[in-house]
Design a protein around this ligand. Structure first.
Ligand code: SF4
Length: 434
């Protein structure tokens, strides 16, 4: 059986979208996308701030490394111009929630941050709840005050690992004391949710460093923890080539890191949800999970249903019931398009009925951790799922197949049964499932 399970550790998508981005079928014009969402009066907004002061070697995000802060001014104009196009398309458009991600959102000076949020403020619904990703190395009190002023209630800190040797190896040195001080400020200011992002599988990590990091994390007591598996793709991500192969934990070690972390977090009162999140019982994500309302998109797990997600800024992805579209990664291309009052979309996908059906099954599995057999019409698919039942990764319960604890590390592999694009037409690099 061990052999069979090892074979399951294969490269598969993370399924933040279905179909995954490399299988999107075409470029969608600015006009088609805008027409398709003209009747949506409520949107969630994702704003991408692509700038970072220093390169973290493991990073696969789209970012621009620079210390030149003046670059922000022109970029803010692009973000605003992009929103104006959406607003012209539907003047009734209101914002349900804003999430600012990166790159490094805290690259914005307090002045730039305030200016950006004041611009969007008139379009925010009264009950809007906003969130942001912060880098502890570049976050100041003034920025936090501005975030409070503009209804930000959730902040996520990029922690990754507290071990000094690991931090040096990945080129992201942020001492524990610095994070501790920031956490105190965040708590004093009354943000309702504090999240930590951690990564396992980084070079130089060992069971000792993983457990020590976790002990320090538990002292700081975040409300939720995203525990991501490091995706080593040196062919695609140049900066990862600096890592020595011998320093990288193998998949067996990674699995052990995840198990040991799970045990520590569960003992401390956290509950595991989905692929890689741990939350407290009173957290909005846990309540959403209990009510079958947990969702997942490019930004991660969420308690909010979002019929329309608008991504602003270079490389951002937008999503509606029937479409995915992605902005260009080129600043100049984006500027040229916006000057012509058009969005600069480089790729996209219009979902077929078949895509939607498969996407729903994947979403259900990733969020609610079960598969409804009555929704499966393909005999071939049922057979694959039966194999997972035999391996103890799923268990039958009436018309439902429920994910077991043993099956959790293989969630992406199980989801890949629904993926009719996997392995077809294109050679695409995905990370190992574990
Ligand atoms: S991990 Fe974050 S801060 Fe580091 S380079 Fe990537 S986007 Fe920038």
């Amino acid at each position: 059986m061990l052999k069979v399970l090892r074979k399951l550790d294969r490269p598969v998508p993370r399924y933040t979208s279905y179909p995954p981005v490399p299988h999107w079928n075409k470029k969608i014009s600015s006009q088609s996308w805008l027409s398709s969402i003209q009747k949506n009066n409520i949107a969630s907004l994702y704003i991408h701030i692509p700038f970072c002061e220093q390169l973290c070697y493991y990073c696969g995000c789209f970012k621009k490394i620079t210390k030149n802060k003046s670059i922000v001014n022109d970029y803010m104009q692009l973000i605003k111009a992009e929103w104006e196009i959406y607003l012209k398309n539907n003047p009734r458009l209101k914002i349900q929630t804003i999430h600012i991600g990166g790159g490094t959102p805290s690259f914005l000076s307090p002045k730039a941050l305030k200016d950006l949020l004041a611009f969007f403020s008139p379009f925010m619904l009264n009950e809007a709840k906003n969130s942001i990703e912060l880098d502890p190395r570049t976050t100041c009190s003034e920025q936090l005050q501005i975030l409070k002023e503009f209804k930000f209630d959730k902040v996520s800190l990029g922690i990754q690992d507290f071990d000094v040797e690991v931090q040096n190896t990945i080129n992201r040195v942020q001492p524990y004391d610095l994070v501790e001080k920031l956490v105190k400020k965040i708590r004093q200011m009354g943000f309702s949710t504090l999240g930590f992002d951690l990564i396992y599988g980084l070079p130089k990590q060992s069971m000792r460093t993983i457990q020590e990091t976790l002990e320090q994390v538990l002292v700081l007591n975040p409300d939720q923890i995203a525990y991501y598996s490091y995706a080593h793709l040196p062919q695609k991500i140049k900066s990862q080539r600096i890592f020595a192969q011998d320093d990288l934990p193998n998949s067996e070690s990674k699995k052990n890191f995840f198990y040991s972390t799970s045990i520590m977090l569960e003992k401390a009162g956290y509950i595991k949800i989905g692929l890689d999140h741990f939350v407290k019982k009173d957290s909005p994500l846990y309540m959403a999970k209990q009510n079958g309302k947990l969702t997942r998109n490019f930004m991660g797990y969420s308690e909010l249903e979002t019929p329309l997600l608008i991504g602003l800024g270079v490389s951002s992805i937008s999503e509606s019931e029937n479409y995915f579209v992605q902005n260009t990664k080129s600043f100049s291309e984006m500027k040229d398009s916006l000057d012509k009052k058009e969005l600069s979309l480089v790729t996209g996908h219009k979902l077929s009925d078949e895509d939607s059906m498969r996407a729903e099954s994947i979403q259900n599995l990733m969020c609610n951790e079960f598969i409804d057999l009555e929704k499966i019409t393909y005999e071939e698919l049922r057979q694959s799922l039966e194999e997972f039942v035999e391996l103890g990764l799923l268990e039958a319960n009436g018309r439902l197949l429920k994910l077991t604890e043993r099956g959790r590390p293989y969630l992406r592999v199980i989801a890949s049964c629904f993926d009719e694009y996997l392995g077809k037409n294109k050679v695409v690099q995905f990370s190992q499932s574990i």
